[in-house]
Design a protein around this ligand. Sequence first.
Ligand code: ZN
Length: 257
Amino acid sequence: MNDQQLLRYSRHLLLDEIGVEAQERLLASTALVVGAGGLGSPAAMYLASAGVGRILLADGDTVDLTNLQRQILHEDATVGLPKVESGRRALARVNPEVDVVPLPERLAGDALARAVARADVVLDCCDNFATRHAVNRACVRARVPLVSGAAIRFDGQLAVFDPRLPGSPCYHCLFPEDHAVEEVRCATLGVFAPLTGIVGTMQAAEALKIAGGFASPMVGRLLLIDARTMRIDSIALARDARCAVCGTPTAAAQTMG
Ligand SMILES: [Zn+2]
């Protein structure tokens, strides 16, 4: 680290849990943020300010006036721009040292697999189950840790899955794909603005711990946040031995194709 970096990251360097070594790991790390919306905005902001070296920012949408109530990467002046371009500009203002790679698409298939393979940690900040499951499959296959967040109405969720660890569940263990799940999206339902900030910021915290290799990422637990009362519950998650994605290799291979 040069003198400017020693100053910029000094409040991390003062922490026993982080220090120079973990900060250098952060500077050398790559994070994939899937979705530059309500969750991806604060998540990417903190990854950038905290010194994650490269941020792959994926989103196929353009900035809309209805986004600005909570998607703090974007602003009035960037309405109409691709979210990844609006996000790239915002992150460059926070920390010009960070290499922000815009991926202006809804990641799927090979593009998703390539992006996940480049990452040390993946943050699922998207708003639909199809992408959530595709991201989970790609992370299990590439053995890349996944920090999953969700926020709708006043209800938030956070979970960390680390396929490198034996016994870690995956997103599919928790929400099997074949179960009929109501697709709830903030496009049609409301969402309390700061809730996306709370969950997205927690996602950044978990991703930083994973990429920097410090403290204890909350693998194997699901955090449930009720922003009406600000009650936060934590429940233990078990791996589903019959999970089609992370279960037996044969079953997983069939599902992952
Ligand atoms: Zn699983």
